[in-house]
Design a protein around this ligand. Structure first.
Ligand SMILES: [Zn+2]
Length: 425
């Protein structure tokens, strides 16, 4: 046993591998992809933390043979997973505000919402979505455990319960005489470990003629684009419609409709209610899942193989550049970059540094791989031969922003969907 491993054991609270599916309880879990032992992808390191090895947890994705739900195999303790207090306020993201407003106005018109209705949002943050209903005189209630954003919501007139939503909170609200005409939960379904307790809360609080809508990243996009760098310990689930149907059905909720959204690089908006009535659009999407094989094992196994292929090709490509004496930097000190770099496990010195436009990240280090984060200006003052763009889904935008790097003779690279040089027109 090395000194390093002793330090890890001393500082790492117990995490555990699940033995049964978090949704259906089935205990046939097939490993689809093993991304190795990884730090928490968002946990950037301060310089003084470099002397201590940070906690690493297995990052492995398994498929339940019974219900077809893709999920991470490890339960990282919540005090570690959500222990860092990110003062994240949704209202600072303009694209999200426009998206939310449109959604709210559509719902008001379609459902004929008014003063007699109640709209409840789970993970309501600073009230960025619910305030659109308040403006139209529709009663709302936000529920969010993050105190800072919740207080900001209350200040702008969005009543908010500061708590984790689930069966207990829903039961309490119903005892107070509340029932929801509309329930909304955006980007939270993947983050809740005890998913049955959570969904049961919807079944309890939703009025008999009400609807609930969930927005979440769609596993079909994950598989098609090979976006394995969106897999983190915090994302317990990667949902297909096929896997959602038994989960919702267990709590008396029916899948009625689904819609593809462009936000967050490919999401789905799912509508459920207490009565059966599947839209044609939803039936078509489920047929597409069947055709793609999302209900079986082979499609996922193929995904796992493609991912390890990307890693091998990236190692080869960057290794060849280093042999030629070329230098390489990376762009974007975000969670997806951390997942990719830690999985790639490149030889030390392959990548010199990571640049980021966010000045709060500069001076810190990427978790696990411990690459220094430098100001984006370094690409011009001390350019490397190559720049690996980690947020590959924004590659075009970043290439346009960093035109000066190109003028200095730099070449842009990306790793997904396969490692390549980016042609600049
Ligand atoms: Zn299952």
């Amino acid at each position: 046993m090395t000194i390093a491993s002793i330090q890890v054991e001393a500082s790492t609270p117990k995490s555990g591998r699940i033995t049964a599916c978090r949704s259906c309880g089935g205990n046939h879990l097939d490993t689809i992809l093993d991304l190795g032992n990884q730090p928490l992808a968002n946990a950037l390191l301060e310089p003084e933390q470099l002397g201590v090895l940070e906690p690493l947890f297995p990052l492995e994705v398994v498929l339940c043979q019974e219900c077809g739900l893709l999920q991470v195999s490890e339960d990282v303790p919540p005090e570690i997973l959500f222990g860092q207090d990110y003062p994240y306020f949704s209202s600072f993201i303009p694209a999200l505000l426009a998206h939310s407003r449109e959604h709210a106005l559509d719902l008001i018109a379609e459902r004929g919402l008014g003063a007699d209705n109640l709209v409840v949002e789970i993970a309501s943050n600073d009230g960025y979505l619910l305030k659109n209903f308040v403006e139209h005189g529709i009663p709302v209630l936000g529920i969010d455990p993050a105190g800072g954003p919740a207080k900001a919501a209350i200040e702008i007139g969005v009543p908010t319960v500061i708590d984790f939503f689930g069966k207990d909170v829903a039961t309490k609200l119903v005892a107070e005489g509340k029932r929801a005409s509309v329930m909304l939960a955006n980007n939270v379904l993947a983050h809740v470990n005890d998913i049955n307790y959570f969904v049961e809360g919807f079944a309890i609080l939703l009025a008999d003629d009400g609807i609930a809508e969930f927005e979440f990243p769609y596993v079909k996009d994950l598989i098609e684009t090979c976006a394995f760098d969106t897999i983190y310990h915090e994302h317990f689930f990667y949902y297909s419609l096929a896997a959602l149907e038994p989960l919702m059905g267990r709590h008396g909720l029916y899948l009625n409709d689904a819609k593809k959204l462009d936000i967050h690089g490919g999401s789905l908006r799912l509508r459920v209610s207490k009565t059966e009535g599947k839209s044609e659009r939803l039936q078509k999407m489920q047929a597409e899942e069947d055709a793609m094989g999302l209900t079986g094992f082979d499609c996922y196994r193929d995904f796992g193989l493609r991912v390890s292929g990307i890693r091998d090709d990236l190692r080869k490509m960057l290794g060849a550049f280093r042999e030629e004496g070329k230098t390489i930097a990376a762009y974007g000190a975000a969670a997806k970059g951390a997942t990719l770099l830690n999985y790639a496990d490149l030889p030390a010195g392959t990548i010199s540094y990571v640049v980021d436009r966010n000045t709060h990240k500069v001076g810190k280090f990427m978790p696990g791989v411990r690459l220094p984060i430098r100001p984006v200006e370094e690409l011009v003052t001390a350019p490397t031969d190559y720049l690996l763009i980690l947020p590959w889904n924004f590659a075009e935008e970043i290439v346009a922003q960093q035109a000066d790097y190109k003028k200095k003779g730099g070449t842009f690279l990306k790793a997904i969907p396969y490692p390549q040089e980016i042609e600049v027109g």
